[in-house]
Design a protein around this ligand. Structure first.
Ligand SMILES: NC(=O)c1ccc[n+]([C@@H]2O[C@H](COP(=O)([O-])OP(=O)(O)OC[C@H]3O[C@@H](n4cnc5c(N)ncnc54)[C@H](O)[C@@H]3O)[C@@H](O)[C@H]2O)c1
Ligand SMILES: [Zn+2]
Length: 362
């Protein structure tokens, strides 16, 4: 088992990574304040993993309240959140009852926001079951729901007490979802870890073939990088924004096509290429380096060309992003492969050229 620590003082917590961890109740039990948990999951994940987890917990004399929500990003909303509150209240969950998120980023964000706000905050544990959730969304304490007018617009910071990433759950993950998670894995290499990027260039086919050792290594390395950034800047006043490489473009793609048309990771992949092209126009990256990024995304099974939404629509959608500060668009760009920075200091002409290029390529 690999264990990474997220260093946040007295709120520090471990991330455990290995096959078969859902059955390892000894990891969970010491972290429960009460022998009662509510497991939030969705119907798809429940069919594989709810009963195995619930039964080992019941065997350990833990009362289990299962809360099964509908599957999909469109359900990451107020109505679903409220249905979670209904279940918590109906089953008399208390302030010491731990909420466990068993699922991908959607379940994690919903359950996390429920945990942040139910009775002003209850203990929370993440048991991520998608690659994206294991390398990204389960770590760092951001929780949210979507508003009809914007993604993740309503939320809270609420750190988990523990993250248990059972890599065996990835066996049932659809291929396209695995690739989407790889976009975030590649992101860590690009923003801060050139040696990891080089490792990914050697091992991409192993990852797509779900080689157990390669996956565990990539997940652990990704979590190490995320843990460093989160420990340095928990509430995203600075450095944490680097984790949004490709995301301002990506969110525009997700929203422009309609949420759910492209997966988040797919949009981030194409968005990352746009960020790399803008960096190239600014003389920060070479054409060869941009091509290296595109080639790796493509080998990960990800799109490398953004859809043609039209330049004006892109700019409008990007203007709604949370990264806008004092009305100024801020973007994460690359200084080199392995080094990112945040800036609002780019020529709008260059941005327009890159967006126009998206139309030309698509
Ligand atoms: N909080 C954060 O820091 C953070 C970071 C990144 C992304 N996110 C959020 O995460 C969400 C995306 O997460 P995601 O990519 O995990 O998507 P997801 O949660 O929708 O899961 C993808 C699909 O895979 C299914 N699934 C999950 N685990 C499975 C398994 N083991 N076997 C078979 N099917 C499985 C799900 O039911 C779903 O249909 C977005 O809402 C995004 O905003 C949050
Ligand atoms: Zn992301």
């Amino acid at each position: 088992m690999r264990t990474i620590s997220v260093g946040l003082g007295e709120r520090s917590y471990p991330i455990h990574i290995d096959r078969g961890l859902l059955a390892r109740t000894e990891l969970l039990l010491p972290r429960l304040e009460q022998r009662k948990v509510a497991i939030v999951t969705n119907a798809t994940i429940a069919s594989f993993y709810l009963e195995p987890l619930a039964s080992v917990l019941r065997d350990a004399a833990v009362e289990v309240v299962p809360i099964v929500v509908d599957d999909g990003e469109v359900h990451k909303n107020w109505q679903t959140l409220n249905s979670i509150f209904d279940s918590l209240l109906t089953h008399r969950c208390e302030r010491k009852t731990t909420i466990i998120a068993l699922g991908g980023g959607v379940v994690g964000d919903l359950a996390g926001f429920a945990a942040a706000t139910y009775q002003r905050g209850v203990p929370f544990i993440q048991m991520p079951t998608t690659l994206l959730a294991q390398v990204d969304s389960s770590v760092g304490g951001k929780t949210a729901i979507n508003h009809p007018r914007g993604k993740n617009m309503i939320g809270a910071f609420h750190q988990p007490r523990l993250v248990v990433a059972d890599t065996a759950t990835l066996d049932t993950l659809p291929e396209r979802e695995l690739s989407a998670g790889l976009a975030e894995v590649i992101k860590y290499g690009l923003i801060m870890d050139a040696p990891f990027l080089a490792w990914l260039e050697v091992n991409m086919e192993k990852l797509r073939a779900r080689d157990a050792d390669a996956l565990a290594y990539a997940i652990a390395r990704s979590c190490e990088n995320k843990a460093l950034v989160v420990a340095a800047d928990e509430r995203e006043t600075g450095e944490r924004a680097l984790l949004n490489l490709g995301h301002t473009f990506g969110h525009a793609i997700e929203a422009g096509l309609g949420f759910g048309t492209w997966l988040h990771g797919e949009a981030v992949a194409a968005g990352t290429i746009l960020a790399a092209r803008l960096s190239e126009r600014m003389g920060l990256l070479s054409a060869v380096e941009v091509e290296r990024v595109a080639r790796l995304m493509s080998r990960a099974g990800l799109p490398t060309e953004a859809p043609d939404l039209g330049e004006a629509r892109y700019l409008e959608l990007m203007g709604h992003d949370k990264k806008v500060e004092d009305g100024k668009l801020r973007l994460v760009l690359l200084n080199a492969l392995g080094k990112a920075f945040v800036t609002s200091d780019f020529r709008s002409g260059d941005l327009r050229q890159v967006l126009a290029g998206a139309a030309a390529h698509a």
